[in-house]
Ligand binder design. Structure first.
Ligand code: SF4
Length: 372
């Protein structure tokens, strides 16, 4: 499907009267050669282009900081969890399908930066083989269809996914991971066929969910609300994963407002993710854990229980690690989900340094010497 938008720095300059120096433009082009830019025209209209620090702009417009190569392109161990091309099986009950490398817009902080918008051999080649795998594994109760963004695919393809997966009795629910409600919400509410497909397959006995990705209150527009409303009316509950991002939402007021706005739109706050140490992302977007905890708890102080149902999580190679609390220089963590199921629910602590931004930066707490 064609989404109208901007692919080059020159288009942005022309359309929004933005002036970028020749030297900077040259470097930004280098960034885009590696990781493409695409800004849907609707989303570009949410940006105040005269503000160099506009938070919505940080999400989608490339930055010279992306020339910094510290970090990794696979921070969650996706390679080692791939059981078939495009099919990952990390947690016993859940499989993840990467069905496309395209998105409605390219987030500069994407943790799958290694593959979105560029040629990749990481997406599903044989969907039917993936379905066979799920059939052969009765412990799998749910599928997450992701990418890239599955909602940029034609509605017929989405219908095919749902028709094949719905034949598997042991699947209890199916999720789509999509940023289309944020980047191009009209793709949802203007496609009556898509909404009809969702209504047909999202049934009391097997629900279809959509997990979206709002990061800033300004993204919760009347159009985005309408897309969410159309999904809910088609029987598709919508939940939200936010990434905590420096310069975007690293402020308790902003984060609290975001949670209030999405809750008012009918979106369930699900996770606040610590920004992963992704190459070309980490240095300019990651907030230290200590500060992140203060921001998240500060936001929670401003929220009622319904709007703070989210957990603050590091999606690590070993599992989803919840940041439970900080006392002094110790951080308390808990496996919310784990590759090794025995670890689920395990509470433990690590030494926290002021600039630690990821689980691997934390040192074990030394056992105290016991006086005899
Ligand atoms: S929409 Fe999702 S997959 Fe696509 S670039 Fe943004 S974060 Fe990455």
């Amino acid at each position: 499907m064609q989404i109208p938008g901007f692919k080059t720095i020159e288009e942005i300059e022309r359309h929004f009267g933005v002036e970028i120096s020749g030297e900077e433009k040259k470097k930004l082009k280098k960034v885009i050669e590696k990781h493409p830019m695409f800004i849907p025209d609707y989303y570009a209209s949410l940006i105040n282009w005269s503000d160099p620090n506009d938070p919505v702009k940080q999400i989608i417009f490339p930055s010279l900081d992306e020339l910094d190569l510290s970090g990794s392109y696979d921070t969650s161990g996706e390679k080692e969890n791939t059981v078939l091309t495009g099919l990952q099986h990390k947690y016993r009950e859940t499989v993840l399908l990467l069905v496309t490398n395209r998105c409605a817009g390219y987030c500069r902080h994407c943790f799958r930066k290694r593959m979105v918008g560029i040629p990749t051999n990481e997406t599903v080649k044989l969907f039917d083989r993936a379905v066979e795998y799920i059939k052969e594994h009765p412990e799998i109760t749910n599928v997450l269809i992701s990418g890239g963004d599955p909602l940029v695919l034609p509605t017929d393809v989405i219908e095919y996914f749902l028709s094949e997966l719905s034949k598997i009795e042991h699947l209890k629910f199916i999720r789509f991971g999509s940023r289309v409600p944020v980047f191009y919400p009209m793709r949802i509410y203007e496609d009556s066929k898509l909404l009809e497909v969702f209504s047909r397959y999202s049934r009391p006995e097997r629900r279809v969910y959509l997990v979206t990705h709002f990061n800033h209150p300004r993204e919760v527009t009347p159009e985005a609300r309408r897309a969410v409303d159309s999904l809910i009316r088609s029987g598709v509950p919508v939940s939200n994963q936010t990434v905590l991002l420096k310069g975007v939402n690293d402020d308790p007021d902003v984060l609290a407002t975001l949670m209030k706005e999405i809750t008012s739109a009918g979106v369930i706050p699900y996770y606040v993710f610590q920004c992963r140490p992704v190459k070309r992302v980490k240095t300019h977007f990651q907030v230290p854990l200590k500060r992140g905890y203060e921001i998240v708890e500060g936001a929670k102080q401003r929220l009622d229980g319904h709007a703070k149902r989210f957990r603050y999580i590091m999606s690590h190679k070993t599992g989803k690690i919840e940041i439970v609390g900080i006392i002094g220089n110790e951080i308390y963590l808990k496996y919310h989900q784990a590759k090794n199921p025995k670890k689920v629910g395990k509470l433990f602590k690590r030494l926290l340094t002021p600039d630690a931004g990821w689980f691997d930066d934390l040192k074990p707490v030394e056992e105290r010497a016991v006086a005899v």
